[in-house]
Write a protein that binds this ligand. Structure first.
Ligand SMILES: Nc1nc2c(ncn2[C@@H]2O[C@H](COP(=O)(O)OP(=O)(O)OP(=O)(O)O)[C@@H](O)[C@H]2O)c(=O)[nH]1
Ligand SMILES: [Mg+2]
Length: 376
């Protein structure tokens, strides 16, 4: 201390003597693992039961969108989902009525309860595209709808008096319908042309149909904002060999065009995930489905099916089509992951871009809808 200072020490001088408390380390120390056998039962494993009880009380939202060219059976599949074992609910039109052409984006929701757990399932039906003379940018209304749901969620999130549970209308999964016949041999055609049109073009005709350029464009855009699950529509129109060959060709075209569908390779969390998802990516995708909202009596049981001159195609029979496989994939095995990828990847990308565009400020909050039970 300097000579000229008075006897009574200033606070500043005191602080020289009393050591400052050490700041906490930014990185938490590695937790020491204690074998719970030494302490007796702690009860950490009850978290699962606690989470189950919470989910039972609050329920959760799950939103599926159907997208694809006109007349591929999107609205029929929405009805199939609701009438199948997912909910056994009646559709909005009666049995004899023909499903009308979809002319606007429409969300249809049902609360489904099983084992005390409530799920609010919303299926978003969209108008078919591809039958206009000019189909340029026809994915825009769909992309806009998806982004609007992110925006709604973001505005709720940044609201000062935000709801305890933000209603979740974000699209968790988008079933993209592919025509079973296709109409172009785009990939081979371009490869043939890029070879200068040299050699035989027989391969083009013998390979049969594949994805349309419009499908590729559409999926390229949508896969950046939502989880895409490609499905082959009206699979009852294909033979087993055609189905298997068509699936391979679609997978190849998606790969060549760099279109990532769900479950995306880069989001596999561990080896177990990778092994399970590789099988889905390399064998099941795209699911070949048949839709119907009509019920028939087969062996004394009511089944959803399509009546043909040679018998009834049962929609939920795994020997007849892959509708049940798709349903199990989306609901039984990957529902939580679909929600997580939507929240952590797609929504996060949207959110970061929005905040960046806004100079780091959250968007101005607007009036919000009535609150209803939901979760992010
Ligand atoms: N063979 C066959 N026909 C189907 C299937 N699903 C639907 N259809 C028929 O296809 C026609 C069109 O079905 P929709 O469900 O209206 O098709 P959509 O894709 O919603 O049509 P848009 O709304 O115009 O885009 C109807 O006659 C259905 O009965 C299927 O899996 N197999
Ligand atoms: Mg429709």
């Amino acid at each position: 201390m300097s000579k000229g200072l008075p006897e009574t020490r200033t606070d500043a001088a005191m602080s020289e003597l009393v050591p400052e408390p050490r700041p906490k380390p930014a990185v938490p120390m590695k937790p020491v693992s204690i074998n719970s056998n030494l302490l007796g039962y702690i009860g950490i494993d009850t978290i699962i039961e606690q989470m189950r009880k919470k989910t039972m009380k609050t329920g959760f939202d799950f939103n599926i969108m159907v997208v694809g060219q006109s007349g591929l059976g999107k609205s029929t599949l929405v009805n199939t989902l609701f009438k199948s074992q997912v909910s056994r609910k009646a559709s909005s039109w009666n049995r004899e009525e023909k499903i009308p052409k979809t002319v606007e984006i429409k969300a249809i929701g049902h609360v489904i309860e099983e084992g005390g757990v409530k799920m609010k399932l919303t299926v978003i039906d969209t108008p078919g595209f591809g039958d206009q003379i000019n189909n340029e940018n026809c994915w825009e209304p769909i992309e806009k709808y998806i982004n609007e749901q992110y925006e709604k969620f973001l505005k709720e999130e940044v609201n000062i008096a935000r709801k305890k549970r933000i209603p979740d209308t974000r699209v968790h999964c988008c079933l993209y319908f592919i025509s079973p016949t296709g109409h172009s041999v785009a990939l081979e055609w371009w490869q043939w042309l890029s070879r200068g049109g040299q050699g035989s073009s027989d391969a083009l005709t013998s390979l049969g149909p594949s994805l349309r350029p419009l499908d590729l464009e559409f999926m390229k855009h949508l896969s950046k904002v939502v989880n895409i699950i490609p499905v082959i529509a009206k699979a009852d129109t294909m033979t087993l060999e055609e189905k298997s060959e068509f699936k391979q060709r679609v997978r190849k075209e998606l790969e060549v065009n760099g279109i990532e569908f769900y479950p995306q390779k880069e989001f596999d969390e561990d080896l177990e995930d990778k092994t399970e998802n590789d099988k889905i990516r390399q064998e099941s995708m795209p699911f070949a489905v048949v839709g119907s909202d009509k019920e028939y009596q087969v062996n004394g049981k009511r089944v959803l099916g399509r009546k043909t001159p040679w018998g009834i195609i049962e929609v939920e029979n795994l020997n007849h089509c892959e509708f049940a496989l798709l349903r199990d994939f989306v609901i039984r095995t990957h529902l939580q992951d679909l929600k997580e990828v939507t929240h952590n990847i797609h929504y996060e990308t949207y959110r970061a871009k929005r905040l960046n565009d806004n100079g780091g400020l959250p968007p101005v909050s607007v009036d919000t809808e009535e609150s209803h039970d939901s979760n992010p």
